[in-house]
Design a protein around this ligand. Structure first.
Ligand SMILES: [Zn+2]
Length: 424
């Protein structure tokens, strides 16, 4: 009897250990999310479609576009049909299309989604403004949301001059280098821009190294990754403002560059971004669930660009940030009671960010390190602290820039202090 009880107890212990170790997905994830071998994609056919008489035209023949079909519902109402790259998938329905009309007219456009409900406030871009990279010029459109079928209806004044409608500012892979130049990030001789490797569909994954440290000087490393999820543009823009501050000519930034090495990968899913995906890469996989199995080329590229520093005598991984977006400003630190080296950087940093931005709400949710996400790979590989930094989808662009730059300054001060303490 006793041995039966002991066996039963051991079985319970074993199964409970197993359940905490084997992560199978967050509450909002679709099933099977941690199986990161390639999944089939639903093709998006690139084309121009006309409907009605005289005709209203739409096109998805541009980078970042997502439009799967177009119909006339009645004389004044048209439907744009949007599908994800594959399903099941999280509810982050990206759309981007070009629209014009043979005649001057107003038209209502219903945005209808397969497997999703409307989420992102529609943005209107004039064709000639798409070239403007820095302060993204667009107009937010009002819309009628129908909660029963998850659609949104916008009203547009149409003419022969096309306009672009998108879920978030259009920031695709071919904009990245221009953005880095316009923001004066890449123009310095202490910034090295290189291709770290190639995505599944052959796009370059850009890496920036920012430092004024000598190669033979022992230096701590700050790693920055971002845009694993294509529609998460506010997180991406925050990372660029962040890099702008790290490359500025302030005394703080100079001291930081003389002490630290920054390795930044601001767009690690260029295929997903350019193909107008809702979440996945060209392998149909959520990259931020592939940091254990490394089945996808993009996660492998970043791993291989950094993992050589494990145990290296001159380069020591020190802290890492993974930029994302969601419906609020949110930090996911590693649990306070999990020991990292250096320890609890995120918790200290968030206090500074909150103090510097009293008019903004920030949520903090700590997590264990069981999920196969980027932050946890940094912890498991280097023993360091790391954070998932989520920016509100609807954050005003000027505020976003201000918060990101103040966050970069407080992090530089904090990391410099931590490194000095470590050395002394
Ligand atoms: Zn994300």
């Amino acid at each position: 009897m006793r041995s039966v009880l002991i066996v039963a107890f051991l079985l319970v212990m074993l199964s409970s250990c197993k359940s905490t170790e084997e992560f199978t997905g967050f509450s909002y994830d679709p099933p099977d999310v941690t199986n990161t071998t390639d999944k089939e994609l639903t093709p998006q056919y690139k084309r121009v479609i006309g409907a009605g008489s005289p005709k209203v035209w739409v096109s998805n023949e541009f980078e970042g576009a997502r439009l799967n079909d177009f119909y006339m519902k009645n004389d004044s109402l048209f439907e744009v049909f949007i599908q994800p790259e594959n399903a099941p998938i999280n509810n982050s329905p990206w759309y981007a299309f070009k629209i014009w009309s043979d005649t001057l007219r107003t038209a209502k456009i219903m945005i209808n989604y397969q497997d999703a409900t409307h989420r992102y406030v529609p943005k209107l871009h004039k064709a000639d403004n798409l070239e403007t990279t820095y302060f993204t010029k667009y107009k937010e459109l009002s819309f009628e949301f129908d909660s029963t079928d998850g659609t949104a209806i916008i009203e547009l004044k149409l003419s022969e001059d096309p306009v672009y409608i998108s879920a978030q500012p259009l920031q695709t892979s071919s904009d990245l280098e221009a953005d880095l130049a316009v923001r004066d990030i890449s123009g310095h001789d202490f910034v090295k821009l290189r291709s770290a490797g190639i995505s599944k569909s052959g796009r370059e994954i850009l890496e920036l190294e920012i430092t004024e440290v000598n190669p033979d000087q022992t230096a701590p490393v700050l790693a920055i990754v971002g845009r694993q999820h294509p529609p998460e543009v506010t997180g991406y823009l925050a990372s660029l403002s962040f890099l702008e501050e790290l490359t500025s000519d302030s005394e703080l930034a100079k001291e930081f560059r003389n002490t630290f090495v920054v390795k930044a990968f601001p767009m690690i899913n260029p295929d997903g971004v350019d193909l107008g995906h809702w979440r996945h890469n060209a392998g149909g996989i959520d990259l931020n669930r592939d940091w254990k199995n490394f089945n996808q080329p993009e996660t492998k590229v970043v791993r291989d660009a950094l993992s050589w520093m494990k145990g290296h005598n001159k380069r020591r991984m020190f802290y890492a940030i993974d930029f994302h977006s969601t419906n609020e400003n949110l930090f996911y630190p590693i649990n306070t009671d999990i020991k990292t080296d250096p320890d609890n950087i995120t918790q200290k940093w968030i206090n500074f960010i909150k103090g510097d931005n009293k008019d903004v709400d920030f949520t903090v949710e700590e997590f264990d390190t069981s999920s196969p996400i980027a932050k946890n790979w940094f912890y498991h590989t280097f023993g360091i602290d790391a954070v998932t930094y989520e920016v509100d989808d609807q954050l005003d662009m000027k505020k976003l820039d201000k918060i990101s730059k103040s966050a970069a300054r407080s992090l530089m001060r904090l990391l410099l202090d931590e490194w000095k303490t470590k050395k002394s």
